[in-house]
Write a protein that binds this ligand. Structure first.
Ligand code: SF4
Ligand code: SF4
Length: 440
């Protein structure tokens, strides 16, 4: 990606703004324990890539000990915002808050990259345009794609290498879920529960089968569903790129769409969307009106990931694992998405579901909760680094010789598919909700 751009504030003004983070920065005791868990540091072994090093760089810039804003910004961009350092920090340093706010100030200083500006301001707010784009792409993808793995169905796009690199991925499925379903408004059935369904951009447009599987779970358990027209992206891509204004606009649109609904929970098969609603809409609520803030607080209290919904709310009755021992059992292992485990604390529920499904035998992989290197746009802007991190995850997966690997995050699905397929492994990647829906 070419460098952006123009300064709208001076280095001294930027330093002054970064001083607002000084108390947060000072809470780091420089113990270095984050080195053991940081996936970026694990790949590069460079101090500037771990949170302690990044915090030192921000602090030095804030105190005008250094003045090279671009160099600090590039280091800050080499962070997946996986939350591993925060969840393992003995001093409780809120690294997510530090890095998100520092990126926003960097963007205010140097401007947003033009490609991101177009996507965040003119594509993500328009779900109909996105649905049309994926539909049109599905018509013509045969001209560009070459199948690379029959068993997993992955493809590569040699003619599109300048845009997608050598990635392996799955072809577009065609119509988006929301274009197929339109608005949904059904009453609670046997469960007595009614949910707002927030599919998220990837399950709505790319992995449509995840949205279909989630709907099947609702239907089989007698759950009423509210899904209004015009839901937009949760805003996480904008936020992690430092574009808080366009993030706020997306949150505002979703608040308006969901505001009129009467529901007990807001459920998504996308862990990133749930952590976005639960943590980050709330984190930046000071930008909103009092009425909007009440809406944000209401929604964050109701947001829940689909695996936690199945296990904790529906209390689905899983069979004992002894009942499914046998020759036909498939071995499944599970990768913890950072947003699901480290942000939302959900890790036992997907394992309980997998362990209870007929025809599956569960095996824990080493370092199951180590980041896979996906991180949304991180994999696009830092592809080589994402690859190096992903290869460690791939090695951990194949070490238990599974027949398939389960995850509960669409972004991790993309990364694991790519890593496994690149290495010629015939191991399909499935979302937990797909496997659960198949059993119903
Ligand atoms: S961020 Fe936390 S774990 Fe890392 S050096 Fe600072 S205090 Fe230690
Ligand atoms: S958020 Fe993740 S990638 Fe970023 S510094 Fe912390 S551990 Fe490393």
């Amino acid at each position: 990606m070419p460098k952006a751009l123009k300064s709208t504030v001076s280095v001294s003004e930027l330093a002054g703004q970064l001083m607002a983070l000084d108390d947060l920065l000072a809470s780091c005791m420089r113990c270095g324990l984050c080195q053991a868990v940081c996936p970026v540091y694990g790949a590069t072994m460079k101090e500037a890539d771990v949170s302690r090093g990044k915090i030192a760089l921000i602090e030095n810039l804030a105190h005008e000990m250094i003045k090279d804003v671009e160099a600090v910004s590039q280091r800050l961009d080499r962070c997946i915002l996986c939350g591993s350092c925060q969840s393992n920090c003995p001093s409780g340093v809120n690294t997510t808050d530090i890095f998100l706010r520092a990126r926003q100030l960097m963007v205010a200083y140097k401007g947003l990259h033009p490609v991101k500006k177009i996507i965040f301001r003119f594509v993500l707010p328009h779900p109909g345009l996105m649905s049309f784009g994926t539909r049109a792409g599905s018509w013509f993808q045969g001209l560009f794609l070459r199948k690379v793995n029959e068993k997993t169905g992955t493809v590569e796009a040699p003619l599109l290498r300048p845009f997608v690199g050598r990635r392996h991925f799955q072809p577009l499925e065609g119509r988006s879920f929301s274009a197929k379903s339109g608005a949904i408004d059904t009453s609670a059935g046997a469960s007595g529960i009614r949910v707002a369904f927030f599919p998220g951009c990837v399950p709505d447009k790319l992995f449509v089968r995840l949205a279909d599987a989630t709907m099947k779970v609702f239907e089989k358990h007698g759950v009423g569903v509210f899904m209004p027209d015009g839901l937009v992206c949760c805003g996480m891509p904008n936020l992690v790129s430092g574009d808080r204004n366009s993030f706020n606009r997306l949150v505002r649109t979703n608040l308006k769409r969901l505001g009129g609904g009467d529901f007990d929970y807001i459920v998504s098969p996308c862990a990133t969307c749930v952590s976005g609603i639960k943590e980050n809409w709330l984190r930046f609520r000071e930008d909103f009106t009092p009425e909007e803030q009440r809406g944000i607080e209401k929604l964050q209290g109701k947001a829940i990931d689909i695996t936690a919904f199945i296990a904790d709310v529906l209390k689905a009755n899983f069979t004992a694992s002894e009942a499914k021992e046998g020759d036909t059992c498939k071995m499944v292992t599970y990768h913890d998405s950072c947003h699901l485990k480290k942000s939302l604390g959900v890790y036992a529920q997907p394992r309980a579901i997998l362990d209870g499904l007929p025809g599956l035998r569960y095996a824990e992989m080493p370092e199951a909760d180590r980041c896979c290197g996906s991180g949304g746009s991180f994999t696009l802007t830092q592809h080589d680094l994402a690859d190096r991190i992903g290869r460690r995850k791939r090695d951990n997966i194949v070490s238990v010789k599974p027949d398939l690997v389960a995850v509960a995050c669409p972004a991790c699905m993309l990364q694991l598919m790519d890593m496994l397929s690149q290495n010629g492994d015939d191991i399909p990647v499935k979302h937990v909700v797909e496997l659960y829906a198949d059993s119903l």
